[in-house]
Design a protein. Structure first.
Length: 461
């Protein structure tokens, strides 16, 4: 017997590649510059107030006599910006007011992340205080928020995204060509999103237009109510479970081979897209290094390199979507390792580049939200579980296993098997074990069992 979960609101992103005209590109860059100016002003305002209060504390002033602290909320910073924008940005009527709101909102979010990171409210490594954004290093981006008029974002012709223009612009050219600048052409149809919004199944929360991978794109942040999904019991779902051992030689090794996705041993090939395009990337890097900084030829080559990296990222993402869609469609329980992908990517040399090229973090992210949408149980096995050192036949744990050894040879029972296949089978067995120990009403993803007194496992050799 299964149980029916309640309805849950999900927020997802839908991106469309844009094909703007040269006039629209100039307008978008001016919007991104206005957002950057507002962001830098808010960060400098907060940093100046923080420095003054720190200096006063160092001088020995009591807390009651310190300079009042300013609020880091977007509402308070927006009120101060409206009073100072005439002196900071006298050209503010030339762009839309949403550009400045986007910059202030980004600065407020960065400041709140910094405060929560140092007060224990944010997980992970501590983040530093926000720094200024420069025109060369920052990603041009602008966000628009309007919830009242949902369909006004999408063109009825299904190939356009609306761009908010300044209402009181002194430039007569904008008023004259308003119909030409208002709609940004999309390279693909927006018919599916238009129908979802029109039927009321999806509501648009925010639209972010940014320049990534050498192209302008519009990302819609949409919210929808997930349909009730039937969560099967652990006994019936255990027969459709799979263990996944992610790696670099192979993108993933499955405990159960899947036709059309893996070979007979369960290996899913690693496309290594960056490795294929690496000669072209190096050629462009050498050409850019020979150019004069600030020249038109260097700017042209930088755009070519950005588009090449965008093509690499898109190819990698499409390959990961194909693998994750097939896994979620075929299995009811999926077990993966809780790998420290960020730590693996920080290693110097080719290993860090290969980890980034494989996209292990993106692979985990796609599995997480797709399993939540389709009612599939995702079990995360502890990263210290010795899946590679344990024999999948007799359960004997080796004290030491060299990283270069690709074949697991058990001296106790004589099992000889591929190292990754052996690890995937151990992960599948541990997944079923954790699934049986968990409560039916509690989530399983991220479960880390206590193993100090129950099942001792060596963490160090």
């Amino acid at each position: 017997m299964g149980r029916i979960d309640g309805q849950v609101n999900h927020t997802r992103g839908v991106a469309f590649t844009l094909d703007p005209t040269p006039a629209q590109v100039r307008l978008l860059r001016s919007y991104a510059g206005a957002a950057r100016v507002a962001y830098n002003w808010a960060v400098e305002r907060a940093d100046r107030n923080r420095s003054i209060r720190s200096a006063e504390r160092t001088a020995g002033l009591p807390e009651a006599n310190l300079t009042p602290a300013i609020s880091w909320s977007a509402y308070s910073l927006s009120k101060e910006w409206n009073q100072a924008k005439t002196h900071v940005a006298p050209w503010w009527p030339e762009v839309s007011m949403h550009a400045f709101r986007s910059g202030i909102a980004s600065a407020a979010a960065a400041l709140v992340n910094y405060r929560e990171s140092h007060t224990g409210g944010r997980r992970g490594r501590k983040v530093g205080f926000p720094v200024r954004k420069t025109r060369r290093r920052a990603t041009p981006s602008i966000s628009f928020v309007e919830i009242n008029h949902q369909l006004s974002w999408l063109h009825p012709g299904r190939h356009g995204v609306r761009l908010m223009l300044p209402q009181s612009s002194p430039d007569p050219d904008i008023h004259r060509r308003r119909a030409q600048l208002e709609w940004l052409h999309t390279t693909e149809s927006t018919r599916r999103l238009y129908r979802l919004v029109e039927s009321g199944r999806v509501s648009i929360q925010k639209v972010t237009i940014s320049y990534r991978g050498g192209r302008w794109q519009a990302a819609f942040s949409v919210r929808y109510v997930a349909a009730p999904v039937v969560t099967r019991s652990s006994r019936s779902a255990a027969g459709r479970s799979v263990g996944i051992d992610a790696g670099l030689c192979h993108l993933a090794t499955l405990s159960v081979p899947v036709d059309g996705l893996s070979d007979i041993e369960g290996h899913v090939a690693n496309p290594a897209v960056l490795t294929l395009y690496l000669p072209r990337v190096r050629k462009l890097d050498r050409a850019i290094a020979r150019c004069v900084r600030g020249s038109k030829n260097r700017a042209r080559l930088c755009r070519r390199r950005a588009r090449l990296h965008g093509r690499i990222a898109k190819s990698r993402g499409q390959g990961l979507h194909r693998v994750t869609n097939e896994l979620v469609r075929r299995f009811q329980v999926i077990g993966i390792e809780d790998l420290n992908v960020a730590g693996m990517g920080r290693r110097k040399g080719r290993l860090g580049r290969r980890v980034a090229d494989a996209g292990l973090g993106e692979f985990r992210r796609q599995l997480t939200y797709k399993c939540a949408d389709r009612g599939v149980t995702l079990v995360c096995v502890d990263r210290f579980y010795p899946s590679s050192k344990t024999c999948s036949s007799c359960g004997t744990v080796k004290a030491k296993l060299d990283r270069a050894a690709r074949v697991f040879d058990c001296k106790h029972c004589g099992l000889v098997m591929d190292r990754d296949v052996n690890a995937a089978r151990n992960i599948a067995r541990e997944t079923v074990k954790l699934l049986g120990q968990s409560q039916p009403d509690k989530p399983v993803a991220g479960l880390r069992p206590e193993t100090q007194n129950v099942d001792p496992r060596p963490r160090k050799t």
